[in-house]
Design a protein around this ligand. Structure first.
Ligand code: M6R
Length: 357
């Protein structure tokens, strides 16, 4: 039930700090250490390459998950859109593990790949919010998201839950492989939850950004580099689906290879700056578009902020920044949709789970 909330989407955005804490608990043993079911862990450790298959927002969570799997567990990982994978399968490694990410566990495009993967005899793990869903039943293994029911068509808390569970899976696998972890994930996810709370408590700021940048525009661009590039793709999808503003997420460095031609006086460009090693270069990209008339809004992480930034998000571990930097973009999309009189929870032409291919 949405209780006093005007929309499920807003309620679900607000639930994210709680979901982070629930996930930590659900994946902790009596000693307080993070743990993953043995069957799942063995499947991950046996793989020479992981293939993440998903659609929409879950695909975007997969892009972030790949970063963890490669950086913390050192397992080569590819991320694929299910509807493409099924007709155009890449050359597979000798011992692949497939990870299906699906909030609903019912997405037909992902299921089509799972059916094919099973025919080929490869192991599959489903990451889902719905125990007993089709993708969960048909895969060899399941990890649950513990996000609670997600009702709004626009996925929010499932995205952050998917990323959090993938971070835990990668951390546990990395530890078993004997790698030194440079940080304490339980503690860092706790810091993330607190940071999310600070953002959800500051809604007026994001309502104002939506008013200033998106109330009448027909299009908008999001830019980022490295992990921020993954998040801006999700930010653009969110804005498109609920506000009907044509939006795209680009890698900052790609703009000059074509897209910058679209920048006119007043074109909104929202940039994320949470990664130290690309902070200078994304700042350069913001200047390039501003010089061509763009109306720029930069959301930076504490420690990397510069004068003139539109918003500064609390500092969290860089690798976990997508969990936090996505929240302002969710709220900005929510308010853009609201201001433009759109149906926030049930955007046109869309269904919560897409059960046709
Ligand atoms: O239930 P799933 O995670 O498999 O759904 C995948 C996509 O259909 C879903 O994420 C969709 O992109 C959302 N409406 C995005 O907000």
């Amino acid at each position: 039930e949405k209780g006093t909330y005007p929309h499920y989407m807003l309620k679900e955005i607000d639930e994210q700090p709680l979901v982070m804490r629930k996930i930590i608990q659900a994946y902790q043993n009596e000693m307080g250490d993070l743990t993953i079911d043995h069957g799942v862990l063995n499947a991950v450790l046996a793989a020479d390459r992981i293939y993440i298959v998903a659609c929409g927002t879950s695909y975007h969570a997969g892009l972030v998950g790949k970063e963890f799997l490669e950086k913390t567990a050192k397992i080569p990982t590819e991320v694929h859109v299910a509807s493409e994978f099924v007709y155009n399968m890449p050359l597979l490694s000798e011992n692949p593990l497939f990870i299906f990410i699906s909030q609903s566990g019912e997405t037909a495009d992902s299921r089509a790949v799972l059916v094919r993967v099973k025919e080929l005899g490869h192991p599959a793990l489903t990451l889902t919010n719905v125990a007993g869903s089709t993708l969960s039943r048909e895969a060899n293994h399941t990890l649950l998201l513990h996000a609670g029911p997600e009702i709004a068509v626009a996925s929010t808390k499932a995205y952050t839950a998917q990323i959090a569970v993938l971070s835990i899976l990668s951390e546990v696998a990395g530890k078993v492989k004997g790698f030194d972890m440079e940080f304490d994930l339980v503690q860092e996810l706790g810091i993330v939850a607190t940071a999310m709370e600070a953002l959800t408590d500051d809604k007026e700021a994001f309502e104002q950004i939506a008013r200033d940048f998106l109330s009448t525009t027909r299009n908008a661009f999001f830019i980022g580099r490295s992990l921020d590039y993954h998040v801006v793709q999700e930010a653009a999808l969110k804005l498109k689906e609920i506000s009907y503003i044509q939006a795209e997420g680009f890698a900052g460095g790609e703009l000059k290879h074509g897209t910058i031609a679209l920048i006119e006086d007043g074109t909104p460009v929202l940039a994320l700056a949470t990664q130290e090693n690309v902070n200078l270069s994304i700042r350069g990209n913001v200047k390039e578009v501003a010089a061509r008339g763009a109306h720029t809004c930069t959301i930076a992480m504490k420690g990397l902020e510069e004068e003139g930034d539109s918003y500064v998000i609390p500092h969290v571990h860089e690798l976990l920044s997508p969990l936090v930097s996505v929240v302002p973009t969710q709220l900005i999309s929510y308010y853009a949709s609201l201001h433009r009189g759109c149906d926030v929870d049930k955007p046109r032409n869309l269904a919560k789970s897409v059960t046709v291919e």
